[in-house]
Design a protein around this ligand. Structure first.
Ligand code: HEC
Ligand code: HEC
Ligand code: HEC
Length: 432
């Protein structure tokens, strides 16, 4: 088994090496010829279409530094071998995209190639955007061109050798970037096709929810069965009833995706919260319904991480008057911290004291004995852009030690899901 694996990996690495060598000499860095079709809107309609597409594909989330101007870039991406920064997308002639031609922009979105022919890393999700139509890519460019130019120069990448040799990406790209834009499926209705385009191309759900293989490629055979985003679990969203969203009603899914929380499934935190705040919550309801209609047809798959089934204890907690702090004597430290730092917003019955946002009822994160998302949320707080105190979870990284955060996480898992939390102080240290 082991030997076969080693051989398989060696074969893949060698294969990519050969491809890369070939690509180095023959890579088609030619600029594509780009022309919009006759159905492309014009004038203000074009800008409106571009604005919609930029929202649906959430360019802002990655191209804005914390506290910085929207789309002016500068957000750091820590890769295993260095750090890269998102560039400035505003139309400044020097610092931004002001001098880019249509063809250069289409090439960047389809093949991950920068203005001067440099290969871009797939932290820029062109593996999804390659599915966008040429008309839509041009509409995105037209809208970005109407933004206020910002002069912050894009920051140079800090990469170690050999990863600073960007052309090494070429073999990888040949294998893992789609070759053709999305094609509509004539056997399905318009709503489904719109949902497929949103999920696969624009909203790039798979960049987070699809597990990655040894080469960091999305494992399409296990599409949407659960991915890892900086240690957060982006849950299985295939139609599997036990592990995925097969057990969610359409209404619940629509509410979660458009508002960021739903009674019985808890709130969205981390990068999902951000995707909802900046993108999904700003889309028309018909788009969200289209997404749900497509997700319903995604083949059911077991999760890519150890199975986490959701144990919804909240009705029991709420009806049993016996639930009060201090009942479970083993809770000790975790209970004390919850009482002091968390209960004012969350309540002991999980209903969310002040805002439905804080309702922990049935949340996947509190059912995961490993507490992967829970400890990261306690450390980082919400990625809330509105700074509205009733919808924001503060961060506790500085307030508590690793042991204290592990204790409160285990208390939450035990109290709200009836499971034995397995969070250790070293798990917390790793997540800091
Ligand atoms: C998940 C994060 C992420 C999202 C979402 C994202 N980008 Fe990027 N983008 C990046 C990163 C990181 C880079 C730099 C890659 C590198 O240096 O190899 C980049 C690079 C680019 C470049 C190359 C610019 C240059 O100066 O070389 C363009 C153009 C671009 N992105 C446009 C977009 C557009 C348009 C959208 C939305 C449709 C978008 N990006 C969404 C992360 C993202
Ligand atoms: C930038 C990464 C990212 C993107 C893009 C993303 N998600 Fe998520 N998603 C996550 C993470 C992380 C979680 C876990 C959040 C939590 O536990 O609160 C999550 C949670 C969810 C959940 C809740 C599942 C459960 O069992 O509780 C659903 C449903 C979901 N995402 C659907 C989608 C859909 C549909 C899209 C595309 C339209 C999408 N996500 C795009 C990262 C992402
Ligand atoms: C000021 C109010 C406030 C305080 C204090 C607070 N939270 Fe939260 N919490 C929220 C809000 C609002 C959300 C939902 C929004 C989000 O996650 O971004 C949330 C979400 C959560 C979630 C759900 C995560 C998910 O993905 O399903 C958990 C678990 C949680 N908090 C635990 C805690 C713990 C443990 C503490 C104490 C250490 C705490 N909270 C303190 C407001 C608060």
């Amino acid at each position: 088994m082991m030997l076969r694996r080693v051989l398989a990996v060696t074969a893949v690495v060698a294969g990519i090496g050969v491809l890369t060598a070939i690509c180095f000499f023959f890579w088609p860095h030619r600029l594509p010829t780009v022309l919009a079709t006759a159905s492309q809107p014009q004038g203000e309609d074009l800008i409106a279409r571009g604005k919609y597409l930029v929202t649906a594909s959430d360019c802002e989330a990655c191209h804005t530094a914390p506290g910085g101007k929207p789309f002016a870039g500068g957000l750091a991406f820590k890769l295993p071998f260095g750090t890269i920064f998102s560039p400035n997308l505003t139309p400044d002639m020097q610092a931004g995209l002001g001098s880019w031609s249509d063809a250069e922009f289409v090439r960047a979105m389809r093949s991950g190639v920068g203005k001067h022919g440099e290969d871009l890393y797939p932290a820029f999700p062109y593996t999804s955007y390659a599915l966008m139509s040429t008309d839509d890519i041009l509409a995105v460019k037209a809208y970005l061109g109407t933004l206020q130019p910002q002069r912050n120069p894009s920051l140079p990448a800090q990469l170690s050798f050999p990863f600073n040799q960007r052309w090494l990406m070429r073999g990888w790209k040949l294998l893992f970037v789609p070759w053709h834009p999305f094609e509509r499926d004539a056997n399905k209705d318009d709503r489904w096709n719109k949902g497929a385009y949103l999920v696969e191309a624009l909203a790039h759900c798979g960049e987070c929810h699809t597990p990655r293989g040894l080469m960091f490629e999305k494992e399409q055979a296990r599409a949407l069965s659960g991915g890892d985003v900086d240690g957060w679990k982006a849950w299985n969203i295939t139609s599997d009833r036990e592990n995925g969203i097969g057990g969610w009603s359409d209404q619940d899914l629509v509410a979660y995706l458009s508002k960021g929380y739903v009674h019985r499934h808890g709130p969205a935190s981390g990068s999902m919260r951000q995707a909802i705040d900046l993108s999904l919550s700003r889309l028309p309801k018909s788009d969200i319904e289209a997404i749900v209609s497509y997700l319903r047809t995604v083949r059911s798959l077991p999760s890519s991480y150890p199975k986490v089934t959701v144990n919804n204890l909240v009705p029991a907690i709420q009806s049993a008057q016996a639930w009060s702090p201090g009942l479970n004597k083993q809770d000790g430290l975790g209970l004390r911290i919850f009482e002091g730092a968390c209960a004012s917003c969350h309540g002991f019955d999980g209903s969310g004291q002040n805002a439905p946002w804080a309702s922990l009822a049935g949340s996947h994160s509190v059912n995961d004995p490993a507490g992967s998302n829970l400890i990261r949320l306690i450390l980082q707080g919400s990625s809330d852009s509105t700074h509205n105190p009733t919808t924001t979870m503060p961060n506790f990284a500085a307030a508590y030690s690793d042991a204290e955060i592990a204790a409160v996480a285990n208390y939450v898992i035990n109290h709200f899901a009836g499971r034995n939390g397995k969070v250790t102080p070293s798990d917390v240290a790793k997540a800091r």
